[in-house]
Design a protein around this ligand. Structure first.
Ligand SMILES: [Cu+2]
Length: 286
């Protein structure tokens, strides 16, 4: 009897926690409504199963509690009941998997017109690289990483000369334009996550991973690392500013190219030239 009450209280407590909780999803700011739908459908199916099964169990415990003189039946098999259980379980599992598979198919299919932005993760900060006017990221490899070349770019690769290096944790993106984020890690596993975008993906040392999204709301959002990556994991934060085209172009024009940085570190006076070279109306601004 006590157990039945405890189970019923567990159901009630779970529902109250759900309704009274302040921890709801942040407002959606990208095209990934399909991910929200998959989550919400999964939550509803699990909620119905959780409530129905637990209340049923509490009722059984109360209804068939021990009373003097009662005797239990022995019924090892009931194929009709098992068929029904199998059928409804299959419906429930398929209902949870199908929306996720549809969302995943969209998630791994990057639109052909997506701009490319690279995010670099390291213990414990973010930095970014954009392809510059040619629209192509130059090749890079960890062995080339130095204090002057934080991304490990190949200085001989012409595609890399005009790459824009954003060595702060603030990235800007234009609203309503698809972007493919390619992800690299310098050290351990990290995970690029902007809760409002819903999209997230691990950064794996040695390989380049990716995700894509279309930001749909202007605003400033937190970039989080969603992979426990060491003692400073909690402070591995960045900012993404989603803004209109004009503000985005202005921000682009303020970024330094890899060629310009290399010239500066050689003590050359190429700053003005290289800045003019970073014409924001080309490349990433496509
Ligand atoms: Cu991290």
């Amino acid at each position: 009897m006590v157990v039945a009450l405890v189970i019923a209280a567990l159901v009630l407590g779970s529902l109250l926690f759900h309704w009274l909780s302040p921890w709801w999803m942040t407002p959606l700011a990208s095209n990934w409504g399909s991910i929200d739908n998959a989550l919400i459908i999964t939550m509803w199916i699990c909620a119905v199963a959780f409530i129905a099964l637990n209340l049923f169990m509490a009722w059984l415990i109360w209804r068939y509690r021990h009373r003097p003189g009662n005797r239990a039946h022995y019924e090892p098999e009931n194929s009709r009941l098992e068929r029904r259980l199998t059928f409804w379980t299959a419906i429930g599992i398929a209902g949870m998997l199908a929306p996720g598979l549809i969302a995943w198919n969209q998630y791994v299919t990057v639109p052909a017109d997506a701009a490319v932005v690279e995010a670099n993760g390291e213990q414990w900060r973010w930095s970014f690289r954009l392809p510059g006017r040619d629209g192509v990221l130059g090749t890079a490899e960890p062995a080339r990483i130095t204090s002057d070349n934080a991304f490990g770019l190949n200085p001989k690769d012409p595609y890399g000369r005009d790459d824009l290096i954003v060595d702060t944790a603030e990235l800007h993106l234009p609203v309503n334009r698809p972007v493919k984020m390619v992800l690299r890690s310098k050290d351990v596993l990290h995970d690029f996550y902007v809760p409002e975008f819903r999209a997230k993906m691990d950064l794996v040392p040695g390989i380049v991973t990716y995700l894509w999204l279309t930001p749909t709301q202007t605003g400033t959002y937190d970039i989080l690392c969603a992979e426990l990556c060491g003692a400073g994991h909690h402070q591995m934060r960045g900012t993404v500013v989603v803004e209109d085209e004009a503000s985005y172009r202005k921000w682009l024009s303020e970024q330094m190219t890899f060629g310009q940085m290399a010239a500066e570190s050689r003590g050359g006076g190429g700053t003005r030239l290289a800045r003019a070279d970073a014409d924001p109306s080309k490349g990433v601004g496509r």
